[in-house]
Design a protein around this ligand. Sequence first.
Ligand code: GTP
Ligand code: MG
Length: 329
Amino acid sequence: MFKDPSYYIQGVLDFNRLMLARTITLIESQLSTHQDIAREVISELLPHTGKAVRLGITGVPGAGKSTFIESFGTMLTGLGYRVAVLAIDPSSTRSGGSILGDKTRMERLAVNDMAFIRPSPSGGSLGGVARKTRETMLICEAAGFDVIIVETVGVGQSETTVASMVDFFLVLQISGAGDELQGIKKGVLEVADAIVVNKADGDNITRAKLAKKQYETALHLVTPSSPNWTPPVMTCSALEEKGLSEVWDTITQHKKIMTATGELEEKRRDQSMSWMWFLVKEGLETWFYNHEEIQKVLPTIKERVETGNMAPTRAADELVSILGKELLF
Ligand SMILES: Nc1nc2c(ncn2[C@@H]2O[C@H](COP(=O)(O)OP(=O)(O)OP(=O)(O)O)[C@@H](O)[C@H]2O)c(=O)[nH]1
Ligand SMILES: [Mg+2]
């Protein structure tokens, strides 16, 4: 591990893949000495970020995310774009394995010089995993990747977390076995910039078209996040590489409109702000729980509230004032 941040910074800016991988490992490290260097590296690289298309992709297990990213990513590299694929997968059972275990499904992309695949950071809360992925995204942008794809399986809040760090959020769906609409959470519909019904091939085409109509109806029921963008529903076949260029056209069209209206800039600004507040809250919480005196009095206070001997408001006041006292000296 190098001590000097400039090794990492220069390595990333030079598009040195080894240094890029090492920088991401540095970011993912739990060691506070590593985190100190990582913070400096990120600050220095920040002015070099912001140019990429940030694309989020979600879909239930088996929807075809890996296959889609393989085909779509390969198409993009063919167009001359450099593509980075990152993942957010907070579930412990698949920790770190979501993309790696799938490398067989991303065979071409995995050996493509224009592409870079990084599995989800393992372990920790969704917030912790998201934090590392967000920072990795910035590193990849500074390195010069044109498109950053952040993949997630829809566990818990992971979709909204990914949606809150990208420019365009794509929901990959498949048609149901029968006529029924495959389950989609309302919260996901609200953040979708497009729904793509995958596996529209073979004798599945009719079902896929029907599903497309049903999702269009479902989308009418939610308020679009922008007055200038109506999320379209499209069909594709990741396996047969059909409908992929239409998806890319939609994304570039979205970017053009959002840039022209100033919404992209505003969205990224809002995302940075909520990210800052998230980190502040997280920092305060860590400080709180690690505080010696809090640790000392917390069990007693908790017990008194539980037994009804102390009002929750009073308890909260007392706990917070312990931190306040520290600030006075
Ligand atoms: N017919 C057809 N099959 C597809 C298509 N895309 C993916 N599949 C198949 O669907 C299965 C699941 O695809 P994956 O790409 O692994 O799906 P995933 O969303 O990455 O799944 P998880 O990683 O488990 O969340 C595989 O057997 C694929 O070959 C498609 O466009 N058409
Ligand atoms: Mg997969």
